[in-house]
Design a protein around this ligand. Sequence first.
Ligand SMILES: Cc1cc2nc3c(=O)[nH]c(=O)nc-3n(C[C@H](O)[C@H](O)[C@H](O)COP(=O)(O)O)c2cc1C
Length: 197
Amino acid sequence: MEKLKPRDKMRITLALTGASGVPIGIRLAEELSDECELFTVVSDSAKKVMETETENKKEALERLGELSDSVRQEDEIEAPIASGSFETEGMIVCPCSMKTLSGLATGRSSNLIERAGDVCIKENRKLVLVPRETPLSQIHLENMLKLSRAGADIVPPVLGFYFKPDGLDGVVDYIVSKVLERFGIRGDLYNRWNGLD
Ligand SMILES: Cc1cc2nc3c(=O)[nH]c(=O)nc-3n(C[C@H](O)[C@H](O)[C@H](O)COP(=O)(O)O)c2cc1C
């Protein structure tokens, strides 16, 4: 049997779903683009949210296309990332809607995003979720706990102030850094805490 060839770059799947926070997903793609082979999936609802959260949905989708090695639609369940035999280092769902969160928590695999996430769980690969909703119901919290116990990293887009963010862009970069750090990618996007002088 042929041996697997070593790869120069990590392979990471990035899924954008229909929660608020599309600009965080696009900013993540910008940071991941040079670092890894990037497989992007945009859900149908994420495209609707893009209409509200970007200046121009068409341009936002084109930008994601430029940054990614491949962009897939949620119904493309034949894509390589739908199979455990296609090796990746893991997957990020950012932003992650409560609907996709519940699909992942129940192993529903009803579209490419849920299936690719389910593959990461079954193959013990990294799965980083950026769930966005507020307030959170007991159902949302239970789904997060279930996924955390299954090995997923739950990285909600929570504000921070200690690093003195430069406006909303600074907060977005902070959240992006927190996600990248789960893959061992340590950028210089926010001022790390060094203690009080
Ligand atoms: C403008 C807009 C913002 C939304 N924000 C959220 C959100 O922050 N969190 C969430 O769970 N759902 C949010 N939704 C609802 C989801 O888009 C909806 O549940 C959808 O079915 C999710 O589908 P998906 O997970 O397949 O992308 C939002 C919808 C719209 C139109």
